[in-house]
Unconditional design. Structure first.
Length: 194
């Protein structure tokens, strides 16, 4: 892998990783702390745990650039592990958000800018417009709480704790509404794609 050359070796389990657990039983938070301290074995353990999930995100968003996307995601995990704050969310959510944003950035970088004098014709319906239509239709079928939380999280780019503060509801309610809403969206959008 290209990015392994930038790492400095440090054995996992050294005092800098704040972990007394054996390698296979370390939590994701402990692994990220160890990675922030430069532990390659901790990095490999985290990579093994999340390789498939990151691959799915990259394949879904970046398509043919999946391998480059995965490579970039894990390079960013190595470089940004110290920025992870367990008070703001789970390690899995942090890592998959990083994967999603990396994939979206790669997708945007690949897409050529539309010249001002060559804007698409008004009667041309693009796939993105159709997808946006189905997404809006599916969002409208969610409960008010589920829809509001999902819109704030994905359109407003807010964390779950920020949403809870804004809506003045318990964090657990926000998490439940978001999970239920995303599950319903997946079901509804799955129906529309058939």
């Amino acid at each position: 892998m290209r990015f392994l050359g930038r790492m400095s070796p440090q054995p996992f389990g050294t005092p800098s990783d704040d972990s007394a657990s054996p390698r296979g039983q370390a939590s994701d938070v402990e692994l990220l702390r160890a990675i922030a301290g430069g532990s390659e074995p901790a990095f490999e353990e985290l990579r093994a745990r999340y390789r498939r999930a990151v691959e799915r995100v990259c394949r879904t968003v970046a398509g043919s650039e999946r391998e480059d996307c995965e490579q970039e995601v894990f390079a960013r995990v190595w470089g940004k592990a110290a920025l992870f704050d367990p008070a703001r969310g789970s390690a899995a959510a942090w890592l998959l958000t990083l994967a999603r944003r990396t994939a979206l950035n790669q997708l945007a970088a690949r897409r050529p800018p539309t010249p001002v004098d060559h804007e698409p014709a008004a009667d041309t319906v693009e796939t993105a417009d159709v997808d946006a239509f189905w997404l809006e239709t599916a969002l409208a079928r969610l409960s008010e709480h589920e829809r509001r939380v999902i819109e704030l999280a994905y359109y407003g780019d807010m964390s779950e704790s920020a949403i809870a503060r804004r809506l003045r509801v318990p964090l657990g309610s926000v998490k439940s509404w978001k999970r239920r809403g995303l599950n319903r969206l997946a079901s509804l959008l799955g129906e529309e794609s058939r």
